[in-house]
Design a protein. Structure first.
Length: 343
């Protein structure tokens, strides 16, 4: 046990797999551990390098193992997969992790703090409530359309339908159906209150974070986007540049280049889907406002929109926003407003 220098740990719900090697690369330990024995096992070892995949519960285990004096490095699972030999099982996974963590060009995932994980959980909870609100609205519209009651799109249309259900003046809707619609309306009202409460909590955390408040100065970045950026990126210095961070989010084209010829396709969508969606929505709001006011502070955006569609321009602007956010986070800078140009 004293000779172990590197350990590959394959984590799970209850059964963990350990693969440890010595300084010469020879396997020293291959062992299964139950959940309750993991910390006791690492507590008896001298400080060593522990590699694991960045997956569910990985940040918790990384923090706990680091408290015992070990160095923990987490890797994206897709970067570990090439080191897997033949069949997939827990022992082979742990061996692949142990091999991958030694590579000098491997990219590692920063360990998130409990506060950052809590903020991300708040975002995911809000996203779930928003999804449930959309589901309930669609259900109310569909059920009432079966009885010939249809309203316009948007919030006003939904409110008109709910008013018909609550007042009970339309005789086309049978009593049994009305009771079901009342239940859906009650659930919709509850979900709306939960979304407002989640927004309040996000805004409170945003006001308590200096970095998040600085990011809000970027056009297209509000409290929701700023808090998601701060919570998702514990250490911006893991990216060499803002381009690396925008590539990690998935806002750059796919490459299929060879022989000195560059072939670029659609955006990769290879990163954080939620963060990418927020940035694109923020970019669309900037473009929409520029069209209404007739000017913009991004002259390159005007030239791009003259020859490409609005969505392509929005993705390019989202890429730009991500790069500006990285510069402000990594260099502790404030946003510098460019001069306005005709739109």
């Amino acid at each position: 046990m004293d000779e172990i220098s590197i350990i590959g740990l394959d984590i799970a719900k209850n059964v963990f797999q350990v693969h440890g090697i010595d300084c010469s690369g020879e396997p020293v330990v291959r062992q299964q551990l139950k959940r309750g024995r993991v910390l006791g096992f690492f507590g008896k070892l001298p400080p060593c390098l522990v590699g694991m995949e960045a997956c569910a519960t990985s940040h918790h285990w990384a923090r706990e193992i680091e408290k015992l004096g070990h160095e923990v490095r987490m890797m994206p699972p897709r970067y570990v997969k090439p080191y897997l030999k033949r069949n997939k099982n827990d022992a082979a996974d742990a061996e692949a992790i142990c091999e991958a963590v030694q590579r000098p060009t491997m990219r590692f995932v920063p360990i998130k703090s409990p506060v950052q994980q809590s903020v991300l959980m708040l975002h995911r909870t809000r996203q779930l409530f928003v999804h449930q609100r959309t589901t309930l609205i669609n259900a109310i519209r569909a059920h009432m359309a079966e009885f010939g009651v249809v309203a316009g799109v948007g919030r006003n249309g939904v409110e008109a339908l709910l008013k018909i259900v609550s007042e009970g003046e339309d005789e086309c809707i049978p009593p049994a159906a009305r009771e079901c619609l009342m239940a859906l309306a009650t659930q919709l009202e509850l979900v709306k209150r939960q979304i407002l409460e989640a927004d309040r909590r996000v805004l409170a955390w945003h006001r308590s974070s200096k970095v998040s408040k600085r990011l809000e100065a970027i056009p297209g970045v509000g409290p929701l986007v700023a808090t998601a950026l701060v919570a998702s990126i514990p250490d911006p210095h893991v990216f060499r540049s803002g381009r690396d961070m925008s590539a990690w989010i998935g806002l750059v084209p796919k490459q299929n280049s060879t022989g000195g010829k560059e072939r670029l396709g659609n955006i990769s969508k290879a990163g954080n889907r939620y963060l990418r969606k927020l940035l694109v929505i923020g970019a669309l709001s900037v473009i929409r406002r520029a069209k209404i006011l007739g000017y913009t502070k991004h002259p390159w955006l005007v030239r791009l929109m003259e020859r490409r569609s609005t969505m392509i321009a929005a993705i390019a602007l989202a890429n730009k926003i991500a790069r500006m956010a990285w510069a402000m986070m990594a260099r502790n800078e404030t946003y510098r407003t460019p001069l306005a140009q005709p739109a």
